[in-house]
Ligand binder design. Structure first.
Ligand SMILES: [Zn+2]
Ligand SMILES: [Zn+2]
Ligand SMILES: [Zn+2]
Length: 158
């Protein structure tokens, strides 16, 4: 039992010694920042999404910092362009491009309503069942009746 304790304390000493040297080495490294910095300034202009800034890099030790931040420009988008048209069953897709960074923004186009122009109770686009619109117009009825008779007569004499 005593032997094990001794082994542990030796190990602990070793760890402590190692960490001490580690700290010493780190402190030494830190000591390099006593460099009399000669900074070279580079103005980085802002982009659509990122701030601009002035970058100062020491030509002797490579130490750097940023300041003089300027606001991001924000994207300069053009008009929305349709990529895929919406149908009555699927969403469409449109996108616009930033004139500056050519970044694309996309947006969905909502699904269209079913259409039933020929009033057969089915969507003209996808064939989905639709409630029949019942509009009774005597004039329309007469018109189609006359057209029907005309076709019939033409059919007979053709
Ligand atoms: Zn320096
Ligand atoms: Zn942009
Ligand atoms: Zn439809």
């Amino acid at each position: 039992m005593k032997k094990i304790n001794k082994a542990i304390s030796v190990l602990l000493c070793l760890v402590m010694a190692l960490s001490f040297f580690g700290v010493a080495a780190f402190a030494e490294g830190d000591g390099e920042t006593t460099c009399e910095h000669i900074y070279k300034d580079t103005v980085v202009p802002p982009t659509c999404a990122d701030q601009g800034y002035t970058l100062h890099v020491c030509s002797k030790c490579g130490d750097w910092y940023k300041d003089s931040y300027t606001n991001a420009l924000g994207h300069s988008y053009g008009e929305w362009v349709e990529v895929n048209a919406a149908t009555c069953t699927t969403e469409g897709l449109q996108q616009r491009e930033c004139a500056r960074c050519h970044g694309l923004e996309t947006k969905t186009i909502p699904i269209k309503a079913h259409v039933d122009e020929n009033e057969d109770g089915k969507c003209d686009e996808c064939g989905a069942d639709m409630p029949l619109k019942f509009i009774f117009s005597p004039y329309e009825w007469l018109k189609s009746f006359i057209a029907f008779i005309k076709n019939l007569i033409q059919g007979i004499f053709a």
